[in-house]
Design a protein around this ligand. Structure first.
Ligand code: CP
Ligand code: NVA
Length: 309
């Protein structure tokens, strides 16, 4: 079994194998209805338990469909309805029960330490469905979407991130090392990636390019990514932070600095960081991006259950 916690800890060859499987499976599903099961039902009888400590629409739905289409099922828990959430049961005992009843565990949490603690006691695979420091299932799926649209390896493309240095960007940085693509980041001063992330990039002999100008960061971009300036449960002065990011909005004008066929991606939900004119433009591929979560997560589940061919 394999956990799927952070892209930086997963070998590049495994990540590429997941994407190859997702591409094959997505093609085969063209004639299937939403809840029809893939040939061979590779996860027949398996239960994925999902737990959300923060809101979710896409991750919840896409994991539901992913495990269903592989022949298994899912149960969704809210931590505040468990003894764990109310402080009445330890992570150790909760993890042992989850491992007794279920076959896989997906956690969206407010606390990176909790993921580590669960890992110590679970005997079933665990998937990180977003934590304060990363969002690995989102970004692996985004690599898939980019290669699907651009019909080339992401290593041939210039990717630009405009906005906050958050969980999604951390995973995108890890992906830039694993998949070897050029990554520009446009963010205000003092809002760049953390020292530990930059040190990890350096240790891996990779360079990322940080600009304190959205225009400079966007030049020659094949893909423009952004995300909310204020993430879920981000304990900051929202008004002040939004003001600091005023010049880091994805506008029609900003898109004019990019390469001709540049696409726009956003993991959603969105805020004022993108103009509607861009969000609803032809260049915007956000709906395809959201739907691909299901396809890629199916192959992530197979990887976790040791069933990836
Ligand atoms: N992009 C994403 O993870 O969406 P949800 O928060 O709705 O799951
Ligand atoms: N960075 C965002 C992503 C939401 C899917 C957040 O953590 O709120």
């Amino acid at each position: 079994m394999n956990h799927f916690i952070n892209l930086k800890d997963i070998p590049a060859k495994d990540l590429k194998k997941i994407l190859k499987d997702a591409k094959r499976r997505k093609k085969l599903r063209k004639i299937f209805n939403t809840l029809e099961i893939d040939k061979g039902a590779p996860l027949k009888g398996k239960l994925l338990i999902q737990m959300f400590e923060k809101s979710s629409l896409r991750t919840r739905l896409s994991f539901y469909l992913a495990i269903k289409q592989l022949g298994g099922g899912t149960l969704t828990l809210r931590s505040n309805e468990l003894h764990l959430g109310a402080g009445g049961e330890s992570i150790e005992d909760t993890a042992k029960i989850l491992s007794t009843y279920g076959d896989g565990f997906m956690l969206r949490t407010d606390n990176d330490k909790k993921i580590e603690n669960f890992q110590d006691y679970l005997t079933i695979p665990m998937i990180n469905g977003l934590s304060p420091s990363s969002h690995p299932t989102q970004v692996l799926s985004d690599v898939f979407t980019i290669e699907e649209i651009k019909k080339t390896s992401i290593s041939n493309l210039n990717i630009t991130w405009i906005g906050d240095s958050n969980n999604v960007l951390n995973s995108l940085i890890a992906a830039s090392v694993k998949f070897n693509f050029k990554l520009n980041i446009g963010c205000p001063k003092n809002y760049g990636p953390s020292k530990s992330v930059l040190n990890w990039v350096k240790k891996n002999k990779k360079k990322i390019y940080i600009f304190h100008s959205a225009e400079k960061a966007s030049q020659n971009a094949d893909v423009i990514f952004t995300d909310k300036v204020v993430s879920l449960n981000d304990k900051v002065n929202k008004k002040q932070k939004l003001l600091r990011f005023n010049k880091f909005k994805v506008t029609k004008k900003l898109m004019s600095y990019t390469n001709k066929d540049c696409i726009f991606l956003h993991c959603l939900p969105r805020g004022p960081e993108v103009e509607e004119k861009v969000f609803f433009s032809k260049q915007s591929k956000v709906w395809q991006q959201a739907l691909n979560r299901t396809h890629v997560q199916k192959s992530i589940l197979l990887y976790c259950f040791g069933k990836l061919r």
